[in-house]
Design a protein around this ligand. Structure first.
Ligand SMILES: [Zn+2]
Length: 242
């Protein structure tokens, strides 16, 4: 076997390896991106839940305040009843007038509380509505999130299997490549985003589209060694010569 056929043969193997590695890189990329999507959706879901919690807390606070106003109202009513009952026991007109005035004051206070309670009803109603609306939103979001999560998990399982297949194909092929050439190929592959060997298209590098000199093309056709692009460092090959 001549050196020429050897390098040609090695280029063929590397091209074959590259088609596998394109898939390996694609699958690995997807395996990184898919869980990130789930994390992002989870974050959005947590935000929706936090909004709901905030609205629920707001509703609770208004309800507590209403309860407290109800108690105030009750104590004013008790005070009025007590003052009313004491009227009959008073001996002088002065005392009687003073008690009536006191009752009027308590009634005025009670009226203020009543107004607050009425306003509170509207607030409770609005807050409850907001909570109900957000609950529907959160429930729908959770449903969508869990469905998408399941979808992604299934997809991840499929891609893992596909990746295993490609990796075993790679393991079968690599012993057919000279270790020094494989080492060079692997380094370029890592440094150049998963593309180590590219086709020459009409004097142009298929990796970076730089124009290639006649001298470089001549070197490729000599098949003495792997020839790399001066610009992107990727291994070059002529498809119609392999
Ligand atoms: Zn290039």
């Amino acid at each position: 076997m001549t050196a020429t056929t050897t390098i040609k043969d090695q280029l063929r193997r590397l091209v074959e390896l590259q088609t596998i590695d394109v898939e390996v890189y694609r699958f690995k990329n997807e395996l990184q991106e898919l869980p990130a999507e789930i994390e992002r959706l989870k974050g959005e879901f947590e935000n929706k839940k936090a909004t709901l919690k905030h609205l629920e807390d707001k509703l609770k606070a208004i309800q507590v305040s209403q309860k407290s106003l109800d108690n105030d109202m009750k104590s004013k009513e008790d005070a009025i009843a007590k003052a009313d009952a004491s009227l009959a026991l008073l001996k002088t007109n002065k005392e009687y007038q003073a008690k009536l005035l006191e009752i009027e004051h308590i009634k005025a206070d009670k009226s203020v509380i009543e107004d607050k309670i009425l306003l509170g009803f509207d607030e409770v109603e609005a807050a409850r509505k907001a909570v109900d609306t957000e609950r529907v939103v959160v429930a729908q979001y959770e449903k969508d999130f869990l469905a998408r999560k399941k979808e992604v998990e299934d997809k991840v399982a499929v891609i893992r299997d596909q990746l295993k297949v490609k990796e075993s194909q790679r393991l079968r092929l690599t012993p057919e490549v000279r270790p020094d050439l494989l080492g060079r190929y692997d380094r370029i592959l890592q440094n150049k985003g998963g593309v180590a060997i590219v086709q020459v298209n009409d004097h142009t590098c298929g990796g970076c589209y730089m124009h290639l000199t006649d001298h470089l093309l001549h070197q490729i056709k000599m098949y003495g060694d792997l020839v790399c692009c001066d610009m992107c460092a990727r291994i070059l090959y002529l498809a119609d010569e392999l």
